[in-house]
Design a protein. Structure first.
Length: 255
């Protein structure tokens, strides 16, 4: 059964960097020649020439849907793999609306770029009276949504259909892939943790003091005894946070 490490915390509490650290530690301890940095793994690609086979190294994004990339990544992701609840959202937005995955997984500036979807088209699906009033008052009908706005409002529509849709999708992918260790890097909402309660999970709580919490997150309301490890990242350095995580996982034979 896959061991699932759940990194739980508010936005910018250090979940993504912790996930990459856990992956790299697992690979090192099990003598696998792979390392992830900024969502990319260096892969050696072999190219058949007329008389010789040449090799070259290149960085491959772990979220790539390219057939060749997925083939090259397979050895690096069979035993240990990073997941995000937002993976299915970003994949859908990319396929349905033609937004590059590199932008969807990119920086804040990347996500601030415009899409081709106008507020006029999108407002038909919104029940937010205040937002509709704002669109009308500011005459935003021909203004396009940013990538971030498109993801946020598309996710809102999906959650209204099923509040657990992204958590269920993530769990389905883990069960399909069957890695030895799965690292879920973006647990922010109470219901996301609840979906995994019957799985072999190691919930780790990363706290960012004085960080504004989304009204539906409410991770502070969870019985803190449910977490195997709690780290206040506002009073620890990145290296200290990583060493605390390593110490716990290594002591429990997970790494």
């Amino acid at each position: 059964m896959t061991k699932i490490i759940m990194l739980c915390g508010e936005k910018q509490s250090g979940k993504s960097s912790a996930g990459e650290f856990i992956y790299n530690s697992y690979m090192t301890n099990n003598n696998f020649p792979f390392e992830i940095k900024d969502q990319r793994i260096e892969i050696t690609e072999y190219i058949q020439g007329e008389f010789t086979v040449e090799s070259k190294k290149r960085l491959v994004a772990i979220y790539s849907n390219d057939v060749v990339d997925r083939f090259l990544l397979k050895p690096a992701l069979e035993k240990c793999k990073i997941y995000n609840f937002a993976d299915s959202l970003k994949s859908s937005v990319s396929e349905l609306f033609g937004v590059s995955l590199d932008l969807l997984y990119g920086s804040d500036d990347d996500k601030g770029l415009p899409t081709h979807i106008t507020w006029s088209a999108f407002s038909n699906f919104l029940n937010d009276v205040n937002l509709k009033r704002k669109i009308k008052e500011l005459n935003l009908y021909d203004v396009t949504l940013t990538i971030r706005e498109l993801m946020q409002y598309f996710a809102t529509i999906c959650r209204k259909l099923d509040p657990n849709c992204f958590a269920n999708g993530c769990l389905s992918r883990i069960k399909r892939d069957k890695p030895e260790v799965a690292i879920v890097c973006d647990c922010r909402f109470v219901n996301e943790l609840d979906v995994f309660e019957n799985e072999d999970i190691i919930p780790i709580r990363l706290i960012k003091a004085n960080k504004e919490e989304h009204e539906s997150e409410q991770l502070h309301l969870i019985d803190q005894n449910k977490f195997k490890l709690i780290i206040d990242t506002s009073i620890t350095t990145k290296d200290q946070k990583n060493q605390l995580i390593y110490g716990y996982l290594n002591a429990n034979n997970i790494l």
